[in-house]
Design a protein around this ligand. Structure first.
Ligand SMILES: CC(C)(COP(=O)(O)OP(=O)(O)OC[C@H]1O[C@@H](n2cnc3c(N)ncnc32)[C@H](O)[C@@H]1OP(=O)(O)O)[C@@H](O)C(=O)NCCC(=O)NCCS
Length: 192
């Protein structure tokens, strides 16, 4: 397993949103946005939190590392209001350097480009700081918003039949082409 950095805190700032290492204090707003919200949950490989306490415990350990896996989970924060608007995660398992991504955005915040910026921050962090060599994403059949989002930030769909789940990948060259002159406004990493 490739070494991924063990950090106590991380923050990746964009123009309108930033990614901040998840903490228990994010659970209250995240639970309000997620609990029972099938518009979001139907597309995740997770049934959602059963209680705010479950989410508090989960977010309290934003970095989980073992011999063959490493997860990083971040809150997506709207800079102007300082409110949590969604969540993104990087999951390394089995294949060194291969980062699976997962994400959701609260329903009131769809359609404004927040997750496009959030994923750019996540990709830049992954390639630049967290040991990613390639990204991959799995999208359930019918999740057109997620498919469009991934293509907007540079992912390519692997061949697949219409009406089936789709798999996407992003290589460093794809990212360099897609990002153009985009760069994060600030990066903070605190090592444990
Ligand atoms: C997938 C998901 C995050 C996409 O949300 P989204 O709002 O479509 O994505 P963005 O925040 O990037 O916003 C893009 C939209 O904002 C618009 N936009 C406005 N300003 C923008 C900007 N500066 N940059 C990019 N897009 C912008 C885009 O045109 C696009 O509009 P559209 O809704 O008319 O297509 C959201 O639908 C979601 O959470 N779904 C449920 C969970 C889920 O599917 N997770 C992924 C599982 S694979």
């Amino acid at each position: 397993m490739r070494a991924h950095p063990i950090l106590s805190h991380a923050r990746f700032e964009g123009q309108r949103v930033e990614l901040v290492s998840h903490a228990s204090e994010h659970a209250e707003r995240a639970f309000q946005l997620l609990h029972g919200n099938e518009e979001i949950l139907r597309w995740l490989v997770w049934n959602g939190p059963r209680s705010q306490g479950e989410l508090e415990a989960f977010y309290g350990q934003w970095l989980r590392s073992s011999d063959d896996a490493c997860d990083y989970d971040f809150a997506l924060i709207e800079k102007e209001s300082r409110e949590l608007v969604g969540s993104v995660g990087l999951h390394f398992i089995g294949h060194p350097g291969t980062a699976d991504i997962g994400y959701w955005l609260g329903r009131p915040y769809w359609g404004q480009g927040y997750m496009s910026e959030g994923l750019r921050l996540l990709i830049d962090a992954g390639f630049g700081h967290l040991g990613a060599e390639v990204f991959q994403a799995h999208v359930f059949a019918g999740n057109e918003r997620s498919r469009t989002l991934l293509e907007r930030v540079g992912f390519r769909a692997l061949p697949g039949a219409a009406g089936e789940d789709r798999y996407f990948t992003l290589l460093p060259g794809d990212w360099e082409r897609s990002r153009g002159d985009w760069a994060p406004a600030a990066v903070e990493l605190q090592r444990s």
